[in-house]
Design a protein around this ligand. Structure first.
Ligand code: SAM
Length: 285
């Protein structure tokens, strides 16, 4: 990284200079402590091409460059931040490019042919789960690691195990393509302005290709039905889904070796894979 990035003004001064205040509607809670953003960036950056979502005033962006990212592509929806980010682009010797776009409508895999990519983001709370599900279910997978700051409660749902209160659709989808863990927590007080809840940084590493489940779209539909009524037995909650697919629910569950009286939170990830595979087998029979 060039000294020019290290010598950029403090983030508080950047906010002041560009008259940038946080907009609630865009989930804006900034991390202005570069020690903290450095800690996140070290999980993603060294030697990697990193896509950062929601750079805001650019604290994490600077840290990614400082931690040795080969290149950073940053996607920011709020155009007010583009001039402040341009100062980092100017200091970054061609290592940073900033795109003014909505990440919900941008496929990071189409921004560059380089593979694998990493995604690193302090995600806006209002769209964090949706973005994560997009990245998990978009095939072919273009990333080898996701380093994401999420609401702690959402992070716990991503890494939950069967039987945990937090176990649900997110854990099944994430566990079908990646292995994940919570790296560390960040208290609400670390942000400007502080959100109402604490956050956590999760790391998701892609599984080897032969260990990944291929049809995440179908798995997404099955888990949405199963966990949509999580207190109900599967013979109830999956009934409408079986009906739309015009298949016999008992045959389907038996083929997948799943007890009709089981509740979704007791079915492990492999069990959901069996449900998806046997549905396909019945469909194509
Ligand atoms: N990375 C900065 C930091 O750590 O201080 C800002 C994080 S703030 C929680 C979320 C950022 O995501 C904001 O800059 C916000 O404008 C941006 N954002 C919100 N929705 C977005 C979207 N759909 N696409 C791209 N950026 C978005």
């Amino acid at each position: 990284m060039s000294n020019a990035v290290e010598n950029l003004p403090a983030l508080r001064d950047v906010l002041q200079k560009h008259n940038l205040f946080a907009k609630k509607s865009l989930g804006q809670h900034f991390l202005l402590d570069l020690n903290l953003t450095d800690k996140i960036a070290r999980l993603a950056a060294p030697h990697a091409v990193v896509v950062e979502v929601g750079p805001g005033p650019g604290g994490l962006t600077r840290s990614l460059l400082a931690a040795g990212a080969k290149h950073v592509i940053a996607i920011e929806k709020d155009e007010r931040f583009i001039p402040a980010l341009q100062d980092i682009v100017d200091a970054a010797n061609g290592q940073l490019c900033v795109i003014n776009a909505d990440a919900l409508r941008t496929d990071p895999g189409e921004l560059t042919p380089i593979r694998p990519l990493r995604i690193c983001a302090n995600l806006p709370y209002n769209v964090g789960t949706k973005l994560l599900i997009n990245w998990l279910t978009t095939a072919p997978i273009f990333w080898d690691r996701l380093v994401l700051m999420l609401q702690k409660e959402v992070a716990e749902r991503v890494v939950a195990k069967p039987g945990d209160k937090a176990y649900g659709r997110l854990a099944v989808l994430a566990g079908s393509v990646a292995s994940g863990h919570i790296s560390f927590d960040i208290p609400a007080s670390a942000f400007t302005p502080p959100p109402k809840v604490d956050s956590a940084v999760i790391v998701l590493d892609i599984l080897a290709k032969n260990k990944r489940f291929a049809d995440l779209k179908l798995l997404g539909q099955i888990t949405a039905s199963a966990f949509g009524q999580r207190r109900k037995m599967l013979r109830k909650s999956l009934k409408p889904f079986a009906k739309t697919h015009n298949i016999d629910l008992d045959t389907w569950l038996a083929k997948a070796d799943i007890e009709p009286t089981a509740r979704p939170e007791t079915i492990d990830i492999a069990g959901f894979h069996r449900l998806a595979r046997s549905l396909k087998a019945i469909d194509s029979a």
